[in-house]
Write a new protein. Structure first.
Length: 90
């Protein structure tokens, strides 16, 4: 007959439980902002082709964690999208 393991689940921790939320992630790499790079297009409410890349199918502005746009450019982008909507360009 095979041995049964004792029911001491309190003493055993899984590898997942040992990881802390506050530990730095070694494998995360920084992606560069596509609008801050050299030769990047200027963010403007008249540049409809650029603005459509940062809008979902439903017409909502995509978050920067998905598009990898830096915070400064995300603010410019959202402002220009709102202006284009107001002028019925989008």
């Amino acid at each position: 007959m095979p041995k049964r393991q004792s029911g001491n689940k309190k003493n055993r921790q899984s590898n997942f439980a040992k990881l802390s939320i506050f530990q730095p992630n070694k494998y995360k790499f920084k992606k560069s902002c596509p609008l801050s790079a050299k030769g990047a297009p200027k963010v403007d409410y008249k540049n409809i082709k650029l603005l459509k890349k940062y809008i979902s199918e439903n017409g909502k502005i995509l978050p920067s964690r998905i598009t990898n746009v830096c915070q400064k450019k995300q603010r410019e982008l959202s402002l220009s999208i709102k202006r284009a909507r107001n002028l019925a360009l989008l």
